[in-house]
Design a protein around this ligand. Sequence first.
Ligand code: FAD
Ligand code: UDP
Length: 365
Amino acid sequence: MKYDYLIVGAGLFGAVFAYEAKRAGKKCLVIDKRNHIAGNIYCENVEGINVHKYGAHIFHTSNQEVWDYVSQFAEFNHYINSPVAVYKDETYNLPFNMNTFSKLWGIRTPQEAKDIIEKQRAEYGVADPENLEEQALSLAGKDVYEKLIKGYTEKQWGRPCTELPAFIIKRLPFRFIYDNNYFNDRYQGIPIGGYTQIVEKMLEGIEVRLETDYFDFIKGNPDAADVTLFTGMIDEFYGYRLGTLQYRTVRFETEVLDCENYQGNAVVNYTEREVPYTRIIEHKHFEFGKQQKTVISREYSSEWKPGIEPYYPINNEENNGLYAKYRELADKEENVIFGGRLGHYKYYDMDKVIEAALELVKEEL
Ligand code: FAD
Ligand code: UDP
């Protein structure tokens, strides 16, 4: 049977595209190699708790159109992400704000904090930061960098901060008010009942085949569709012929605990190098859960190898250069388009994925 679109990947990008294409009267087939839809935003119900199986996901955006769009598919709660950082036996509020500075230096006013940071910036900062270490030292000074950034970042990315792009740390707010909201965005929340329902609704009435790998499928069905949208790894699509892009992967050690409240917060980061995991997620707190038990996941970050799930593209110069070459090949394709975190090799949040998918739909249809 011939489809207008073969959509590879039932993650958020593929689902938004499929939903819009169907609305425009197109016939779509969605395939995914996993045994479930929703890609990395998939939630699994354990003990009545929605467990974010592929890592904690908090929806946040400043784009009202995106917020209205996603709100068609779920009702969002009023969760505000406010992670806590543990360094040795000290605890700090994140992101970097007056609560953090007050705990670090025993001060109370913004001026006191600014004076300390200014002194440290003058000593360690640089005018034009070129890597993450220089960026962090120039923004926050030495104490914040050494206690709250260096160990965590090097664990998460497996590279020294001097070899990482500055933009990674620019994601985090840095403010001189007592405000622990991790994001600056206008809209934020968690879908009540988890994320999977969003993709489920988007894919309603669309044919979906799970446990179907594109590379096997296409051998037997080379003419399945007029156009293929590929949201897997772009370098894999091309058989790695120009070289292999680097990714980080995450392993989750998930446990059900017979206690009602394990850590008192959804996200607790362990910022010292010596603790092997980067953070512990206690899933029930995303939805203010009152269950008797709790589910926690410890996150371990490591380098991606073929055969395991890629999570984060590593957008340093070398990889971006290689991606640009794959992009040139992609731009020449007549019947294949690419999208998503892996297809665009970009550290996209969910709101940006929706924006990019809607943009692509507009171009295509
Ligand atoms: P994916 O969800 O990865 O979907 C791609 C799909 O394609 C997968 O299901 C995969 O199985 C399938 N696929 C790949 N190759 C093939 C193939 N060959 N054949 C068949 N199927 C294939 N964003 C936020 O906004 N807030 C957050 O708090 C947040 N936290 C995150 C935490 C972690 C640990 C990670 C990794 C990401 C986080 N994100 C967050 C980002 C968010 O996960 C992504 O923006 C979004 O899920 C990407 O959607 P996607 O469809 O591009 O990719
Ligand atoms: N970061 C840090 N200390 C923390 C939390 C984050 O240094 O306690 C830095 C780290 O470099 C990380 C980046 O900020 O890669 C972005 O963190 P975020 O929590 O936004 O990453 P994600 O949720 O995408 O894993």
